[in-house]
Design a protein around this ligand. Structure first.
Ligand code: DX5
Ligand code: ZN
Length: 235
């Protein structure tokens, strides 16, 4: 399978990745189409194993079924104890970018290699309690760092503003060692919480509740987030 890659997207614009965790699963196909038509840049898929995080979501068959009707880049967030076992099944189901947690039980270098072997973009993520230092040795090997701005496990939680300095640290690391790297933030991102973290260098915004359940409609919510592109720091 040919995969879309993060490198196709712009580093100089705010990109919005709606998390389907906040969609209506009984009409998932329509909901994905709705955010795609509303102008989102990718689609965020939260995969939870009930072990790495205290919640369960969905597996490769669901990803394969939405793949049939969507051309979006599938931004797949593996909250799994053993990501290595699942890289291939998710890639074959249609995941394009695959992000795993540095806190998982596998050797990050092996996971990075396994994701590359599938022809996918590579992301590495840190939970709120893990410092940016834990990423230092991998920064030149990945396409994206995902800084969690809530404890992973559930949608609809409050944004942790104390993660903003961590984003700034990752931005400095990328600038020095890998200027093409994307920084994604995930958890409690909306029109009110986004500006400060974008100023720190986060260009990819996961937004579940703020897009799928936007009172003003998904298109308007995405337009507002896109309008913050000018806040991104120069690389
Ligand atoms: C949390 C997930 C998030 C979550 C975001 O573990 O990784 O992607 O769905 O949801 P909101 O945007 O509602 O905080
Ligand atoms: Zn996520």
């Amino acid at each position: 399978m040919r995969h879309r890659l993060l490198g196709e997207l712009s580093l100089d614009k705010v990109l919005v990745s709606p998390s389907i965790l906040a969609s209506d699963f009984s009409r998932l196909g329509e909901d994905v189409k709705r955010v795609e038509d509303a102008g989102c840049d990718m689609l965020h898929l939260d995969i939870m194993d009930g072990h790495f995080v205290p919640n369960l979501t969905f597996g490769p068959p669901l990803v394969a079924s939405i793949r049939k009707n969507s051309a979006l880049l599938f931004d797949t967030h593996l909250m799994l104890t053993n990501p290595l076992d699942y890289v291939k099944p998710f890639a074959e189901a249609g995941a394009d970018s695959i992000t795993f947690h540095v806190e998982s039980e596998n050797d990050p270098l092996e996971v990075i290699e396994a994701i590359r072997a599938q022809g996918c973009s590579v992301g590495i993520s840190v939970k709120p309690g893990t410092s940016a230092k834990a990423l230092e040795q991998y920064i030149g090997l990945v396409d994206m760092v995902l800084v969690m701005t809530v404890e992973p496990g559930f949608g609809g939680q409050s944004f942790m503003a104390d993660m903003i300095p961590k984003v700034a640290e990752v931005f400095a690391m990328f600038r020095e060692k890998n200027p093409e790297g994307f920084i994604e933030v995930d958890g409690g991102i909306d029109a009110r919480t986004a500006p400060e973290i974008i100023r720190a260098g986060a260009g990819v915004l996961v937004a579940g509740t703020a897009v799928f359940r936007a009172k003003e409609g998904a298109a308007e919510a995405i337009r507002t987030l896109h309008s913050y592109s000018g806040l991104l720091p120069a690389r």
